[in-house]
Design a protein around this ligand. Structure first.
Ligand code: PMP
Length: 394
């Protein structure tokens, strides 16, 4: 049996990490893997999470199973953080999942059960895992125009023109904020336009929210998502706590299905729990419980919000510094778009050859499509990246 298996293609980001680790140069720079780093290059355990872990160790009496949906307090607390008052708890069905990836996967499985004929539309470009999960599940899918490399912003008209081709019941995958890999997010006017198109066509949004709080703020980052929740009867949301709570390896995610009313939400809840049962039974609980503790305890929540604001400010400052440095070194404004983008990622306008040159000559590692994780920079290394970009002819 095992002999019949095909070789899987190497994961580009994971093999980049291996190449980076094997590079002996002292001034090498890893802008590949998508984790937050502080100025010292560390991906820290957040202080509020450490405090919650201590408290949990004291009070937790049992690690027996939770419910199939996970702890309902987690779904309520994280659902509130995401949706605010845009959709009441009676409209929400929700399950805890292993990370945001688990939520994406379960969301697409739900689409397969409810509407196997629906086409799932994803932005071009998108997080590559969206496409590979869609292919793995055999869900019909296609892309819509999203990014304009000339401006570094969303191609609003291209996107609207493509989405005009939606059929009733199709599903449109959108990044809630801090688009991966481009950093280009819709402004509020475009979110309103998207809501109108989806409403007119009878399509359903599926919002992947992996970076709430990394762009402009916890509420600002979900203003578009909340607008969709108010305007449309149905929506799926795949939320991840990997980045904004720094809980990567604990695998903390939530899939929310917003229904038009409480009766339909209850039915959706049953299907979501069924999906958890089929795939892994009970979702992981440790990280989810820490998130609930942080969100429902005023002092812990304040501490977490401050730490998150610090991370957000660091990324924003690095973007500004890099754009300024490039303006100085290139004597042009063609990289100014970097400062307006949101979150950790940007896609540099580099060919695969230029990416290889920057790696070979300057020890700078990025994904071959030019995606860089700006949190991998520090104020000291920004000029190094700018110099390498100029030398590679970007
Ligand atoms: N969606 C997007 C767009 C992402 O960038 C990521 C993280 N790389 C995820 C979902 C899922 O992250 P995780 O499963 O680690 O929570």
């Amino acid at each position: 049996m095992l002999g019949r298996l095909a070789e899987q293609p190497a994961d580009k980001i994971l093999s980049l990490m291996q190449d980076f680790a094997a590079d002996p140069r002292g001034d090498k720079l890893d802008l590949g893997v998508g984790v937050y780093r502080d100025d010292a290059g560390i991906t820290p355990v957040m202080g509020a999470i450490k405090q919650a872990e201590l408290a949990l160790w004291e009070v937790q009496k049992s690690k027996s199973y939770t419910g199939l949906a996970g702890d309902p307090a987690f779904a309520a607390a994280l659902g509130d953080l995401v949706l605010g008052d845009a959709a009441g708890r009676d409209r929400r069905a929700a399950i805890a999942t292993p990370g945001g990836t688990g939520a994406v996967r379960q969301g697409l499985e739900l689409v397969g059960l409810a509407a196997p004929e629906a086409t799932v539309w994803v932005p071009e470009p998108t997080w590559p895992n969206h496409l590979s999960i869609l292919a793995h599940l055999g869900r019909p899918h296609r892309t819509y125009r999203y990014y304009d490399p000339a401006t570094g912003a969303v191609d609003a008209d291209g996107m609207a023109a493509d989405l005009a081709g939606l059929a009733k019941g199709d599903v449109v995958l959108l990044h809630g904020c801090c688009h991966n890999p481009t950093g280009a997010d819709p402004d509020m006017a475009l979110w309103e336009r998207i809501a109108k198109i989806l409403s007119d066509r009878g399509a359903i949004p599926m919002v992947d929210l992996a970076y709430q709080g990394f762009g402009d703020g916890l509420d600002a980052d979900v203003a578009g998502l909340r607008h969709l929740a108010r305007q449309l009867p149905e929506m799926l949301i795949a939320a991840s706590c990997s980045k904004n709570f720094g809980l990567y390896r604990e695998r903390v995610g939530l899939l929310v299905a917003l229904a038009p009313d409480a009766t339909m939400a209850r039915r959706a809840q049953g299907t979501l729990e069924h999906l958890n049962r089929q795939n892994y039974s009970f979702p992981p609980d440790h990280g989810a419980r820490l998130v609930t503790m942080v969100l429902t305890d005023r002092p812990l929540r304040n501490a977490w919000q401050q730490e998150l604001a610090h991370m957000r400010d660091r990324i924003r400052d690095l973007r500004g510094t890099l754009a300024e440095e490039l303006r100085r070194q290139t004597n042009s404004d063609r990289f100014d778009g970097l400062a307006a983008q949101k979150g950790m990622f940007s896609r540099l306008p580099a060919t695969p050859e230029q990416v290889a040159t920057m790696r070979r000559d300057h020890g700078i590692y990025m994904v071959c499509d030019g995606r860089v994780n700006l949190a991998g920079l520090s104020t000291k290394t920004v000029p190094q990246l700018a110099r390498a970009m100029v030398a590679a002819g970007l």
